[in-house]
Design a binder for this molecule. Structure first.
Ligand SMILES: [Zn+2]
Length: 1117
């Protein structure tokens, strides 16, 4: 008896396999590699001929192993207690001991037990810039806008005029022609040379070497005897073999042959190239203008502030205080509220049966509303009363009903142009935005021994394939006709036979498979967590260590994992400290390695231990760590060597490395120097040092990626830390970056709260290990640039050592071949990962979109939020590879070009004004918001690390959260009522109207909440309603509002409950915890609040209306 396994997404699947029987499906025999890195994928890789061919499984002997450093005679083991009693400096200055270990492994990151052979090792390419380009062979037809090297004129008007304007959808990397690194190809592409097509069968070879779970514990390298009496500081000399620690491993670092990094993924060249002009900001032109941010908001009739504007059309001045300003809160509709896409459809003919009827499909994409002409200069009430939701693709209802949810998979254009030239004419970017591992409330999980896939292109069967008859299905990506496996004829849901189109795989656009065991080449890796903690004086001063240790103590049983879960700890200052947590010890033992030039692991087998077996030791350590270093005076930071040590420790298993750093690393490899001149923050002609100062962190990240290690960086510092350099460690290893500027346990309680909440989420959230994600699309379309944190392994394959539910991705697409005879195209993202329970799983999302052949249909399908999100990603790349002013110009040009195209090609009758289709009416506002966003703004003092972090976030956050960073949501909250409130779990959640981001909306009598994504501001007017002060803030007067108020008191009043319920509900909508700051006119943070007033003029930036006038001037030319 077989059942469908519709389990929860975390499911320890109780569902049994479908009755596929023992007989081997012919398809199946070509699928050896669901195990690791999708080696069974079609080798859709033009660079293949250049790559050394994999030589089959023989290259991956499972039994081989690199000798571990044997240091038995040097094994000091010091009970922690002895340090607890002698905390501080003496601990760190013990005399060095002994000679070198006899078997220190080479420093090269690549040789690990998993990858014994050099050729079998598929290390990620290290330095060649072209290496990271996903589709090197592609000749991008046009990319003028983003690749223009012409320095833009400084003056605003001329800038717009002289820049070439290409279609935003075609920005490609100039480094595209560089070769893929051979090493990375060997393991992931077919051994046989194959044409660039979808028509190649998968390579039979394994993707990763079969390695037993315990393979890294080499026989003979038994833990050395402990000798607590031995002095415990290592100073080994150079090991007998192995390259010097600072030398790049030869395999990992092919000499750069291509042009400087240019793709979306590699760090671009230093921004010291030709300086471009200062872009359209033209700050000097407006210096004389009143800075509205300077003073308190002035109560008065609407329009009063418009006095400085050019004369306004009447409609524009007619602003209303109740204007709704819909934002991008699609997150407000979690899956719980829209479960249909993931519910098992009821009976009846499935959409897969309908494809013959597609021919009759009516693509009436010119819906009146989307194309309604809006004169932006006339209509200020542009926004619908409810938050913007993603546009619905114009598909037959039965297809759209089961299409992928836009929160997971979304396109900038919900209709795909038939040709590239048509796309070029529209001047809109074409790309996809993904949130592939999003927490879903309903996710069908299928346990099946036969995962049905196209024999040619390896597409997973999905709702948009067509069944020619019961026995044959046609792939919707490459159009090959495939046989329906016998097993697939049985529907375990309905328990009926002969209805393959009713299988869950063809009824759900998002589905997860549990890969059958025979697909496994080795046991999936255990969950492994390594914590790397800064314990310098500066670090202890911030008080962060207490929070980390307490959070881990509190949540240690919630760490995702199973009985195999491993944990380890490394601390560092000027030396590296390891912790022996081997089962049987009475207490943890600290081992100090002081030779940071030549890092080795003192007791490799007892540093990363089984959590269940050693939980008490781990808890002991967490309790004692903060005290252990309490009085340290060591100020230096050897982060680089600590990361090297951590990599050595984690590389045999793979896993997650969590790094906590509080200062600029200044010792050993990876040491950095400050590159920021605070005096230049506001006045610099262009922003320097957006690219890394060293490639150390990127190289190490690529080593980590090759060993399935992801590095998450927590940066807590009040000083410049060079996030542009440090962030590479996470970016290329598919990690996350958390940033808490000016963190201090006493001085910044709001950030402490944030840090605690973020840590809890971080420690307990779902995690996938050793993951890869491949994105396929219908023949004729191709992907050319990826955005996010990952390493691009081949043209369409992203390496994700870890994947987490909070990571977003974006890709840019181009149309390689005309889609003439197609009515629809499909995109499929397949994420293969190992769950924390040790299951190999594949999550598949398939999106289907119609093809159109008219410009008006393309414009009608524009998704303004997705377009803005993709443009933000592109602008980040452009800022680093070219210059910030280039990026700013390109964003402005995106608005000008698309509106020009719309005016010229779509509007048949000339009309005055600045005209936009209704679906793009917010485009200029979002572009202006981007220009004023921390990542891209100029003329305003912005810390370099703050800017770089904002850039990281724009590329990494899923669209819904990125949009809040771009255009914050703004509400009046002193008059909340229950009218229109939501009722969730018996909580009443008020739903105040969204307001435009302008001081016009402020009133001294009110209180206003601004939700800027990572931060919330609660602005209190000087004459604020007294009842709000007493009933919500708990203070008698405005003057009594304390500074640094970040928590609302829990008062037993209706007003307090409403306000707290609303803020809490907003926070619940996202995976990170936005801090709340109550601000008054006197507050320092008021500046940040006012800078988010996007529609207002600032000293250095245009108001919204001025920006519209500028656009109009350019569009009319
Ligand atoms: Zn196919």
């Amino acid at each position: 008896m077989s059942t469908a396994g519709f389990n929860s997404q975390n499911g320890t699947s109780a569902g049994q396999a479908y009755t596929n029987g023992p007989s081997q499906n012919p398809l199946h025999q070509q699928q050896p590699g669901v195990g690791y890195a999708m080696p069974h994928q079609a080798p859709y890789n033009p660079m293949q001929a250049k790559a050394p061919l994999p030589q089959g499984p023989g290259l991956y002997p499972s039994g081989q192993y690199q000798p571990v450093p044997l240091a038995s005679s040097y094994q000091p083991s010091i009970p922690l207690s002895s340090y607890s009693s002698v905390p501080g400096q003496p601990l760190l200055t013990r005399p060095p001991m002994g000679g070198p270990p006899s078997h220190t492994p080479p420093q090269s990151a690549s040789p690990g037990p998993r990858l014994p052979s050099a050729q079998a090792t598929p290390p990620p390419p290290a330095v060649s810039s072209g290496s990271y380009y996903p589709n090197p062979q592609q000749q991008q037809p046009m990319a003028p806008t983003w690749h223009s090297t012409a320095p833009p004129p400084a003056a605003l008007s001329t800038t717009m005029n002289t820049l070439p304007r290409g279609p935003m959808g075609n920005h490609v990397n100039p480094a595209a022609s560089s070769a893929m690194p051979p090493q990375s190809l060997s393991a992931y592409s077919s051994p046989s040379p194959a044409p660039v097509s979808h028509s190649v069968s998968q390579p039979p070879g394994p993707g990763m070497p079969p390695t037993s779970l315990h393979g890294y514990t080499q026989p003979g390298s038994a833990p050395p005897p402990m000798n607590p009496m031995v002095p415990h500081t290592y100073q080994p000399s150079r090991p007998a073999y192995g390259p010097p620690p600072s030398g790049p491993p030869p395999l990992m670092n092919p000499p750069p042959t291509g042009p400087p990094m240019g793709s979306a993924t590699p760090p671009p060249p230093r921004a010291d190239g030709p300086m471009a002009g200062n872009g359209p900001q033209a700050s000097n032109s407006y210096n004389h203008v009143e800075n509205k941010m300077a003073g308190p908001p002035q109560p008065g009739p609407p329009g009063r502030h418009l006095g400085h504007y050019p004369s306004l059309p009447p409609g524009y001045q007619n602003t209303s205080a109740t204007l709704l300003h819909p934002t991008m809160q699609t997150t407000a509709q979690p899956y719980t509220q829209a479960p249909q896409p993931y519910q098992q459809p009821s009976g009846g003919p499935g959409p897969a049966q309908l494809s013959p009827s597609l021919a009759a499909m009516s693509l009436q994409s010119s819906t009146p509303e989307a194309l309604r002409v809006v004169n932006l200069l006339q209509e200020r009430n542009l926004l619908p009363p409810s938050p913007i939701s993603a546009p619905t693709p114009c598909l037959p209802q039965d297809l759209q009903k089961i299409n992928c949810h836009p929160e997971v998979f979304r396109s900038t254009l919900t209709s795909i142009p038939q040709t590239q030239s048509l796309l070029n004419k529209a001047k809109l970017p074409l790309g996809l935005l993904l949130h592939p591992f999003k927490d879903l409330s309903q996710l069908p999980v299928v346990t099946s021994s036969t995962i049905v896939r196209c024999r040619s292109c390896r597409t997973y069967i999905n709702p948009f394939v067509s069944f020619l008859d019961q026995r044959r299905w046609k792939c919707n990506l490459c159009y090959r006709v495939n046989d329906v496996p016998e097993e697939f004829m049985y529907n375990p849901v309905s328990r009926s036979y002969g209805e393959p189109h009713k299988r869950p795989e063809v009824q759900n656009a998002t589905i997860e498979f549990i890969a059958p065991s025979e697909y496994m080449l080795r046991p999936p890796q255990p969950a492994a967590y390594l914590f790397v903690l800064d314990v310098s004086h500066n670090a202890l001063e911030t008080g962060y260590l207490n929070v980390v240790c307490q959070s881990l103590l509190d949540n240690i049983n919630e760490l995702p994992g199973d009985s195999r879960t491993k944990v380890g700890f490394i601390t560092f200052d000027s030396t590296i400290h390891f912790y022996n947590l081997q089962e049987g010890l009475s207490q943890p033992q600290m081992l100090i390695v002081s030779d940071i030039e030549d890092i080795f692991l003192p007791t490799p087998d007892s540093l990363l231990v089984n959590l269940n077996e050693c939980k008490e030791l781990v808890q002991d350590l967490l309790k004692s760590l903060p005290n252990l270093f309490e009085k340290t005076m060591e100020t230096q930071s050897a982060l680089g060597p600590a990361l090297q040590a951590a990599f050595k420790l984690l590389s045999p298993t793979g896993g997650r490395m969590s790094v906590f750093q509080t200062q600029l690393p200044n010792l050993g490899v990876g040491a950095l120097k400050s590159r920021e001149d605070p005096n230049q923050r506001a006045s610099a002609k262009d922003i320097q040092h957006l690219s890394p100062a060293t490639d150390f962190y990127k190289k190490l990240a690529l080593d980590c990626s090759g060993q399935q290690v992801a590095v998450d960086l927590f940066l807590l510092s009040s000083q410049y830390c060079d996030l542009a350099s440090l962030g590479c460690i996470s970016r290329y290893s598919a990690g996350s970056v958390y940033y808490y500027p000016s963190y201090h346990h006493q001085h910044n309680p709001a950030q402490v709260e944030c840090f605690q909440k973020d840590l809890k989420r971080y420690v307990t959230r779902k995690i996938g290990f050793e993951a890869v994600m491949r994105i396929r699309c219908t023949k004729g379309l191709s992907i050319h640039t990826f955005h996010g944190n990952f390493f691009v392994r081949s043209t369409d394959l992203l390496s994700l050592p870890n994947v987490n539910p909070d990571a977003g991705f974006a890709v840019q697409m181009s149309i390689e071949e005309n889609l003439d005879d197609m009515q629809v195209v499909s995109f499929q993202a397949a994420l293969l990962y190992t769950s924390s329970k040790g299951e190999r799983r594949i999550r598949v999302h398939t999106l289907c979109l119609p093809v159109v052949n008219s410009l008006s249909d393309i414009f009608a399908s524009a998704d303004v939020q997705a377009i803005s999100g993709l443009l933000a990603c592109m602008a980040v790349d452009r800022s680093v590879t070219a210059s910030l002013s280039d990026a700013r110009d390109a964003m402005t040009n995106a608005a000008i070009d698309s509106l020009t195209s719309y005016r010229q090609a779509v509007l048949s009758i000339p009309q005055p004004g600045l005209l936009a289709p209704a679906c793009l009416r917010l485009f200029p506002l979002f572009i202006l918001a981007l220009l004023k966003q921390k990542a891209f703004r100029t003329g305003t003092s912005t810390k370099l690390d703050d800017r770089v972090f904002a850039m990281c976030q724009l590329k990494y956050q899923p669209l819904a959260y990125a949009m809040l960073m771009i255009h914050p949501a703004f509400y009046r909250v002193d008059d909340l009522t229950d009218k229109g409130a939501l009722n969730i779990n018996e909580r009443t959640i008020p739903q105040p109207s969204l307001l435009q981001l302008s001081v016009e909306k402020l009133s001294r009598e009110g209180a206003f909440l601004m939700d800027a994504g990572l931060m919330m501001y609660l602005w209190i007017g000087r004459n604020c309603n007294p009842s709000f002060l007493t009933q919500v803030l708990g203070v008698p007067t405005y003057a009594a509002i304390p500074d640094n108020l970040y928590l609302l008191p829990e008062l037993d009043t209706a007003e307090s409950q409403r306000t707290r319920a609303f803020i809490s509900w907003l926070r619940d909508q996202r995976p990170f915890f936005p801090s709340l700051h109550v601000i008054r006119d006197e507050s320092q943070l008021k500046v940040g609040f006012m800078q988010n007033m996007i529609e207002d003029r600032t000293e250095s930036a245009l108001s919204y209306y001025e920006f519209l006038l500028h656009l109009q001037q350019q569009v009319s030319k």
